[in-house]
Ligand binder design. Structure first.
Ligand code: CP
Ligand code: NVA
Length: 302
């Protein structure tokens, strides 16, 4: 087991599924009123250079829920904002806390932090990956539809950090994954090649969203402009219009798929109000499962 959690490909199938199994146990225990204390006396720091509702609160809630404590630092709170070298920050923080959870822009920032930190580093989203999110999404898929290896997962929209992490999960766990992305917005080519090479199942990139949705058991959507891409919003809104998950597109699905959205959602853009609030959408179960997955991750790494 890798000390850090930087991207999903650093873990084998048994390790990835163990997080989900443990999260399921912790969820049941928490609902039964068990008060966990396995991280009593431990402290993590969370360094967030991008906004967050779910990831921040669920990591903090998870740490407190296991008896530990959290120090939250926004990007502007540290000397990083005044250009203190990351390698100094990594070594200093490692002397204060038992683990670092970071949300930032470039993956290289997280990799450098992990290279110098002597405590575990957990990736809470970069431009390239959102690994912890995909673990809670897979947990949600399994809860609603059973063994993921037997399911067809569709991704509709931008080939972004979420799409990349879905690809890495498919490369490790093995399930059919079809991505429908407009030309110019494909997932990272190196990650796509990795998934194709390593997956025991089919990995397909198509242009027509109907082709991805048609046979899907699960349909995934995410925002058209991710954090840091706000200046591209207008252009992307035009390009991605045919990729909106609305009643007409979802109506092309033959297997009554569940709909996943990691949230925050932009109603009327990547998904309509009707679909987001409709019976097939499990977005709020995904949000809840972030709490349980983060407990499983913290328990394992911290
Ligand atoms: N899904 C997710 O990561 O949400 P936040 O940006 O609110 O953390
Ligand atoms: N792709 C989105 C995910 C938000 C949780 C972003 O990076 O902004």
């Amino acid at each position: 087991m890798a000390k850090h959690l930087l991207s999903l490909r650093d873990f084998d199938k048994a390790e990835l599924t163990a997080y989900i199994r443990r999260a399921d146990e912790l969820k049941k225990e928490t609902k039964a009123g068990v008060r966990h204390q396995q991280l009593a006396g431990k402290v993590i720091a969370m360094i967030f250079e991008k906004p967050s509702t779910r990831t921040r609160v669920s990591f903090e809630g998870a740490m407190y829920g296991l008896g530990g404590q959290v120090i939250y630092l926004s990007g502007r709170d540290t000397q990083l904002a005044r250009n203190e070298p990351l390698k100094d920050m990594a070594r200093v923080m490692s002397r204060y806390v038992d683990g670092l959870v970071i949300r930032t822009f470039g993956q290289e920032i997280v990799d450098e932090l992990a290279g110098y930190a002597t405590v575990p580093v957990i990736n809470a989203l970069t431009d390239r990956h959102h690994p912890c999110q995909i673990l809670s999404d897979i947990m949600t898929v399994i809860e609603h539809r059973g063994e993921i290896e037997k399911l067809k997962i569709a991704w509709v929209g931008d080939g972004n950090n979420m799409a990349n992490s879905w690809l890495e999960a498919a490369g490790r766990i093995g399930f059919d994954l079809t991505l429908a992305c407009p030309e110019g917005y494909d997932p990272d080519p190196e990650i796509l090649a990795y998934a194709k090479e390593n997956s025991s199942h089919s990995i397909t990139l198509v242009r027509d969203p109907a082709d991805a949705v048609k046979n899907a058991d699960v349909v995934n959507v995410d925002v058209w402009a991710s954090m840091g891409q706000e200046s591209e919003q207008a252009e992307r809104t035009k390009i991605f219009q045919p990729y909106q998950l609305n009643k007409a597109l979802l109506g092309k699905a033959e297997k009554n798929p569940i709909v996943l959205h990691c949230l925050p959602a932009h109603r009327g853009e990547e998904i309509t109000e009707e679909v987001l609030e409709g019976p097939q959408c499990v977005a709020f179960d995904q949000s809840e499962n972030k709490l349980h997955i983060h407990k499983a991750i913290l328990e394992k790494h911290i």
